[in-house]
Design a binder for this molecule. Structure first.
Ligand SMILES: Cc1cc2nc3c(=O)[nH]c(=O)nc-3n(C[C@H](O)[C@H](O)[C@H](O)COP(=O)(O)OP(=O)(O)OC[C@H]3O[C@@H](n4cnc5c(N)ncnc54)[C@H](O)[C@@H]3O)c2cc1C
Length: 422
C-alpha cells in the first residue's frame, strides 16, 4: 500500500519506519528541510516510561496557582485571546479529577512501557546510535513533603507495572555521585533502573537516514496546507513545496492511506475536516552546555521535581530541559526562562560544564489535556493519527508507530491502549 506520513518529527519518522518494515511504500512529508527540526529538536532526552503519569493530576491546579505571575515559574499560564487556549485549559482541569488521572496514568504507562520495549528491540536489531544511556532515571526531591507524596505515587504506578524504587539521600548520591554537591538540599528520590535517555534528534535523523536507505521517500520543505476528502476517505493533501532558489510548487499529494503526525500543527489540518484534535502547544525550554574538562556533570538522567527540570547527558554535552508554558504558538526565547535553567543547573552542580557554551532552545509540546496521545483510526477509512504526545513524544514514539502499523495491517497491537476509532 502507498502510505504518506505527514510530519518528520520523532513520532512521524518512527511510524514511517514501522510502516516500511511492513512492506508499505512510504513517503514522509515535512515543511522543514530535514528531520526533527521542530519539537523533537532539543528535548529532555528521557525515555521516562515509569514516570509517565500525566501533568493533569489533582495536585496540578494548586501548583499552577502557586506559580501564577512569576516569569521564571516552571508551570505558567499566560492567558491569550485565543478561545482554543481557554477550551484546552478547561479540559485540562477536568482531567485533573482523580478518576480521570487514574485512567490517563494507566494509558500513558501502558503505551510508554511498550514503547520502551520497542525502542530496545529496534536498537538490538539495527544497532542505532543516539548517545543513548541505559542507566535509569533518578527523580530527586528537595522538599520532604513532595518526596513523601511521590513515594505514595510510586507505589501506585508500581501497581500498573512501572518499576520505581524509593531511595534515601545516600542511595541517590550512590546512584549519581554528582549529586554530592547538593546533598544538603535533597530529601530523597525515586529511581527507575529500566528507564533510559538519549538524543531524540540524533535518533530521528539516524532513523530517517536508515529508512531512506530502505526505500522510504522524504519530501522536505513541503507544507501541507489542507486535507482533501470526499466525506468517506481522504483523497489527498494540498501541499506547497518551496524548492531551492525560492521556486514554489503547489500540488496534491495522494496515496492509499495517510498518517497525520504533525505535532502541534495537527489540529489546523484535522479540525477543518471534522477529526477531533484537542491539541494545544505547551512551550518548553532547554539549554545544552559543553561539559568540557569539568567533572561535576551528572551522567545518570535526572529529574528535579521541584523545578520540573530534567538533566540528560549526551556524550560530552549536558542537556537541561523543562518548564511548561501555555502561551500560544510562538516559540521565541524568553531570557528569564533561559537563565532560570542555567541558574538552577549550576546551583545544583557548580562544576557541570562551560556556562558560556549554553545553547538555548524552545519547543512546543503537542499536548492533549489528558496527556494521552491520539493514535489510531479516524472517521475517514484511510486516515490515521499519531499525534498529541505532549511531554512524552520521545518516550512513546516507537510504541505508537509500531502499534499504528499493526492497526493499519489489521493486526491487534501488543499493547492495551485506548486507540482512537473512526
Ligand atoms: C523542553 C521539552 C522537553 C521535552 N523532554 C522530553 C523528554 O525528556 N522525553 C520525552 O519523551 N519527551 C519530551 N518532550 C516532548 C517531545 O519532545 C515531543 O512530544 C515530541 O518531540 C513530539 O514529536 P512529534 O513528532 O509529534 O512533533 P514534532 O517533532 O514537532 O514533529 C512534527 C513535524 O511536523 C511538521 N509540520 C507541522 N505542521 C506541518 C505542515 N502543515 N506541513 C508540513 N509539515 C508540518 C514539523 O515541521 C515537524 O517536523 C519534551 C518537549 C519539550 C518542549
Amino acid at each position: 500500500m502507498r502510505i504518506v506520513v505527514f510530519g518528520a518529527g520523532v513520532v512521524g519518522v518512527a511510524a514511517a519506519w514501522y510502516l516500511a518494515a511492513d512492506g508499505h511504500e512510504v513517503t514522509v512529508v515535512d515543511r522543514q528541510p530535514g528531520p526533527a527540526l521542530e519539537t523533537s529538536f532539543a528535548n529532555g532526552g528521557q525515555i521516562s516510561a515509569s514516570h509517565a503519569e500525566p501533568w493533569a493530576n489533582p495536585r496540578a491546579p494548586l501548583t499552577i496557582l502557586k506559580w501564577l505571575g512569576r516569569a521564571d515559574a516552571p508551570l505558567l499560564f499566560r492567558p491569550t485571546a485565543d478561545w482554543r487556549q481557554w477550551r484546552w485549559a478547561l479540559q485540562f482541569l477536568i482531567e485533573c479529577l482523580p478518576s480521570r488521572t487514574q485512567y490517563n496514568t494507566i494509558q500513558c504507562v501502558n503505551l510508554a512501557l511498550y514503547s520502551r520495549d520497542c525502542l530496545k528491540a529496534l536498537r538490538a536489531t539495527i544497532g542505532i546510535e543516539y548517545d543513548q544511556l541505559t542507566r535509569g532515571i533518578l527523580e530527586f526531591h528537595t522538599d520532604a513533603k513532595s518526596f513523601a507524596g511521590a513515594a505514595v505515587a510510586a507505589e501506585l504506578t508500581r501497581e500498573y507495572g512501572a518499576d520505581r524504587a524509593v531511595k534515601t539521600v545516600d542511595e541517590c548520591v550512590a546512584i549519581e555521585p554528582a549529586l554530592a554537591t547538593c546533598r544538603q538540599r535533597l530529601a530523597g528520590g525515586i529511581f527507575t533502573a529500566t528507564d533510559e535517555s538519549g538524543d531524540a534528534q540524533r535518533f530521528t535523523q539516524e532513523l530517517a537516514r536508515l529508512a531512506a536507505a530502505r526505500g522510504v521517500a522524504f519530501r522536505w520543505s513541503t507544507t501541507v496546507e489542507s486535507l482533501v476528502t470526499d466525506g468517506i476517505a481522504l483523497r489527498g493533501a494540498r501541499c506547497k513545496t518551496v524548492a531551492e532558489r525560492e521556486h514554489r510548487r503547489r500540488e496534491i499529494i495522494d496515496a492509499d492511506s495517510y498518517v497525520v503526525a504533525l505535532g502541534s500543527g495537527s489540529p489546523s489540518l484535522l479540525s477543518p475536516i471534522g477529526v477531533p484534535a484537542p491539541i494545544y502547544p505547551v512551550k518548553g525550554y532547554s539549554a545544552t552546555i559543553a561539559v568540557g574538562a569539568h567533572r561535576g556533570a551528572p551522567v545518570v538522567s535526572l529529574t528535579d521535581l521541584e523545578r520540573k527540570l530534567v538533566f540528560s547527558r549526551f556524550g560530552d554535552r549536558l542537556r537541561i530541559a523543562g518548564t511548561a508554558e501555555l502561551s500560544g504558538y510562538g516559540n521565541a526565547l524568553d531570557r528569564v526562562r533561559c537563565d532560570a535553567l542555567i541558574t538552577r543547573a549550576f546551583e545544583l552542580f557548580p562544576d557541570a560544564g562551560v556556562r558560556e557554551s549554553a545553547q538555548f532552545w524552545a519547543g512546543l509540546r503537542p499536548a492533549t489535556p489528558s496527556n494521552v496521545p491520539l493514535v489510531g483510526a479516524t472517521r475517514y477509512r484511510n486516515l490515521f493519527v499519531d499525534t498529541g504526545h505532549g511531554t512524552l513524544g520521545w518516550t512513546m514514539a516507537c510504541g505508537s508507530g509500531r502499534a499504528l502499523a499493526d492497526l493499519i495491517a489489521g493486526r491487534k497491537p501488543d499493547v492495551d491502549f485506548a486507540f482512537t476509532r473512526g
